[in-house]
Design a protein around this ligand. Structure first.
Ligand code: PMP
Length: 394
């Protein structure tokens, strides 16, 4: 076909995870690849009742166009029940409902980044965000992480030395992919740095409430004095990803711009699903539902990590996430995890090789494992098989 695509679209690649997910849909595959919640925990019967109620009681409104900002009762619940819990005092004028935080990631780069500008991100970082950002042709500057998250001295050096940094992207809680969490000290520091250098921080927090041990950390936004921190939330991991409901919490001046982008992109998020979610949270407790999710995922994390200790070679290291959905595995430097993945797939086990989480390449010797989607029996069996595959390299 003789057709000319935009420069912006030329660098786009299919997401490796989405491609891999197609393979892993075969029932015999034990998949640690996606970041899928456990579908058996979706509250289907309750949602069924609620949907009927919404349609019976407010059907005309639910099937009609509505405001770009989102359904007010849902925005109120987000302010009072979700943001407040993370230490953020905010109001509904600061909340825009979006189709999952993925849409907010796309909007963020669209809003702040011109071609060639620098986006600072953690090394490694969430592949879906990197792919969304790539459409705006940025340069990525990766900041190393340790067990307390992004290295703040390195971040400040980068902010000092480059005058075209346009946004800092971070996943502070149980990071995708590394499972690491940013310390409270660093949360304060990154908020200060964003004010000092007047650079927005995109705080992407889908996992902060899925906490197995210890108390939740306050959002970076709770330390934000001047409005440079933009927090992205989502109901995908605490409720149901198929509803596609997330939000942006930002200073009103910034939010106004996001609202314009949302209008131009799709006018508004789905009215019906917003009303279903709001009604669910009025009639039932989302916190109780989250407790159930946590108890299942914690057991799955434990069985995964215990079996990794048992069946992986001793030289292989990995994170002990205190929440969230992922652990991150470090192999010997000369081992290519893409090759390990090919061998593992022959044993019907899948994971995501680490290289795709580094926007500037390299780092072939890592991979990400998800523990939320497979039951305990399959996790045990999958890790045994994976251990045998990895042993061949040692
Ligand atoms: N950010 C991160 C770090 C994620 O892991 C995900 C989903 N895997 C998203 C954003 C997007 O989530 P959603 O669009 O479903 O809210």
């Amino acid at each position: 076909m003789d057709i000319e695509f935009s420069h912006r679209s030329l660098g786009l690649k299919a997401s490796e995870i989405r491609e891999l997910l197609k393979l892993t849909q075969r029932p015999e595959v034990i998949s640690f690849a996606g970041g899928l919640p456990a579908p058996e925990l979706f509250p289907i019967e309750k949602i069924n009742l609620i949907t009927t109620k919404v349609l019976n009681e407010q059907g005309r409104q639910a099937l009609q166009y509505s405001t770009t900002e989102g359904y007010n009762p849902l925005r109120e619940i987000i302010v009072k029940e979700r943001m407040n819990k993370s230490g953020v005092k905010t109001a509904i004028q600061n909340i825009l409902i979006v189709n999952g935080s993925q849409q907010a990631l796309d909007f963020s780069a669209k809003l702040f980044v011109n071609k060639g500008d620098i986006i600072i991100c953690e090394s490694p970082s969430y592949l879906g965000a990197l792919n969304a950002f790539k459409a705006y042709e940025p340069t990525f500057l990766e900041i190393s992480m340790d067990d307390d998250g992004m290295n703040m001295d390195e971040l400040e050096e980068a902010l000092k030395n480059h005058n075209n940094v346009k946004m800092i992207y971070t996943i502070p809680d149980f990071q995708n992919p590394s499972g690491k969490t940013m310390s409270v000290e660093r949360r304060k520091r990154i908020a200060e740095l964003s004010s000092k250098y007047k650079i927005p921080v995109i705080e992407d927090s889908p996992y902060g409430e899925l906490i197995f041990e210890g108390s939740p950390y306050p959002c970076i936004k709770s330390f934000d004095k001047d409005g440079y921190v933009i927090t992205l939330g989502t109901f995908s991991k605490t409720f149901c990803p198929g509803l596609r409901l997330g939000w942006i919490c930002a200073h009103e001046e910034i939010l106004k711009k996001y609202i314009l982008l949302k209008q131009g992109s799709d006018l508004q998020s789905n009215t019906l699903t917003q009303m279903i979610a709001a009604k669910f949270m009025q009639e039932y407790s989302l916190d109780e539902h989250i407790e159930k999710i946590i108890s299942v995922y914690k057991k799955r994390r434990d069985i995964m990590l215990d079996s990794m200790e048992k069946y992986f070679p001793k030289e292989v290291t990995f994170t002990y996430p205190k929440g969230g959905l992922f652990t991150w595995v470090n192999l010997r430097e000369d081992i290519d995890s893409i090759d390990v993945n090919v061998q593992a797939l022959k044993q019907n086990v899948a994971f995501v090789p680490g290289a795709s989480f580094y926007p500037n390449g390299g780092n072939l010797n890592h991979f990400r494992l998800n523990y939320s989607n497979m039951n305990e029996e399959r996790i045990l069996e999958g890790i045994k098989r994976l251990g045998n595959v990895i042993k061949q390299y040692y």
